[in-house]
Design a protein around this ligand. Structure first.
Ligand code: AMP
Ligand code: MG
Length: 399
């Protein structure tokens, strides 16, 4: 059985980045990946402007004691015609351009005005409350690199530079199958021995959130021929195929054998709990990720292995695609040391002495309800005992 860290490293170094790109409107760019670097078209700020509501004071203001208010500038005004001279001031508002001749801006709380004559109640320093043109960055500065994931903050920076469209990598075409004779969809009446398909809905919705193009492959029966037909057909159009179930060693587990027959199985079986029977491979040009059937195993392997792999394929760097973790103190004891790395469902929360994790009460790999109160996975390395307050590695759930 392969160690989790080794498997993740192997997987991320073996998958290749897709190269299809598209132009998208900025309002539809969330979570897509930049396919080209972005440079500044303009200085930022674009022009020197006021950081406060107050008064712009004319030259030699340090010596003066009062000023005549000669103008008024609001955000959006053009001030090319205004020139403040010694002893002159202009009413000014946040974001308004600074008139020529301005030495400083004084915030309105420090000003008194009577009959258009301004006095300032505190000593004045030059250059205050002015956001200088280009002080943040200058035209042609390199702002964003290819491979950057577009979050709302990043999108606002691109918008502030006057771009209305941006080049991103194309979403991946991903076909999702569930497998198992016991699975039925939610519209079919329940009979003994059958269960409702849960995994496909987790995966389709999660992938949708990652902005991929999803194709619902439905439920495959435990039948070698049907599995082969479905996977071959999917491989004609899919960049990625994701299955759950049917990857163990039972004679009704057909996915693995089918992939071995019509494609290539790259690895199978991880030293993790839950999630041991995770596998991945290739069928023609498609990559296939085979998740275990148990819903919690499916979720753990999807988050800890498939999401990072999809990020790399979709255009992000290997470094950025590694799952993020933090350290937190265990509120529990874990004394069943065994050879597999375990990912416990936990609730991460802050306390006076830092972050803590509470273990969910049902840790079975079929027990989805433990996820209702969980927001993270705590990693227990192989052959490790954890005492209360020991620091453990915690991976926040990323959906
Ligand atoms: P398998 O990996 O096919 O042996 O399945 C392991 C367990 O997970 C069995 O109890 C299956 O019934 C269950 N299972 C498999 N696929 C799903 C699914 N899509 N939704 C819910 N449970 C599933
Ligand atoms: Mg099965």
């Amino acid at each position: 059985m392969l160690d989790y860290n080794q498997a993740l490293q192997d997987l991320l170094s073996m998958v290749d980045v897709q190269d299809k790109t598209q132009d998208v409107e900025l309002y539809d760019a969330i979570n897509l990946i930049l396919a080209e670097a972005v440079t500044a078209q303009y200085d930022s700020p674009l022009f020197s402007n006021s950081a406060m509501d107050g008064y712009a004071l004319g030259s030699d203001s340090e010596q003066s004691t009062h000023w005549e208010i000669v103008d008024r500038v609001i955000a959006g005004d053009n001030v090319e015609h205004i020139h403040l001279r010694e002893g002159q001031a202009a009413r000014i508002f946040t974001g308004a351009p600074i008139p020529i001749g301005t030495v400083t801006v004084v915030q309105q709380e420090l000003c008194q005005v009577e009959n258009s004559i301004l006095t300032v109640t505190k000593s004045i320093k030059k250059g205050q409350n002015i956001r200088q043109k280009g002080e943040e960055f200058q035209k042609n500065a390199s702002l964003l690199q290819k491979g950057q994931k577009l979050n709302p903050a990043i999108i606002s920076i691109i918008a502030s530079q006057g771009y209305s469209q941006i080049k991103t990598f194309k979403p991946l075409n991903i076909v999702v199958f569930s497998t198992g004779n016991e699975l039925i969809d939610q519209k079919t009446p329940l009979t003994l021995g059958k269960i409702y398909d849960a995994n496909r809905f987790m995966l389709l919705n999660w992938l949708k959130q990652l902005r991929h193009h999803i194709i619902d492959g439905g439920i495959l029966p435990d039948n070698a021929e049907r599995t082969e037909q479905a996977l071959l057909k999917a491989s004609q159009s899919a960049d990625i195929i994701i299955t759950s179930g049917g990857v163990s060693v039972g004679e009704e587990d057909h996915v693995l054998n089918t992939v071995k027959k019509i494609g290539e199985m790259v690895f199978w079986k991880l030293a993790i709990k839950p999630g041991k029977p995770f596998a991945w491979g290739k069928i023609k040009k498609s990559k296939i990720f085979m998740l275990p059937g148990n819903p919690v195993s499916s979720l753990v392997t999807f988050q800890q292995l498939v999401v990072p792999a999809l990020r790399v394929i979709a255009g992000e760097s290997v470094e950025k695609s590694m799952p993020n973790y933090l350290m937190a103190k265990a509120d529990f004891v874990f004394n069943k040391a065994h050879g597999r790395r375990e990912f416990l469902r936990v609730h991460l929360y802050p306390k006076d002495d830092g972050l803590h994790v509470k273990k969910a009460s049902h840790q079975g790999s079929a027990m989805l309800a433990a996820l209702i109160d969980s927001n993270a996975l705590a990693e227990i390395p192989p052959n490790t005992i954890v005492s209360e307050n020991d620091l453990v590695k915690v991976y926040p759930l990323t959906y």
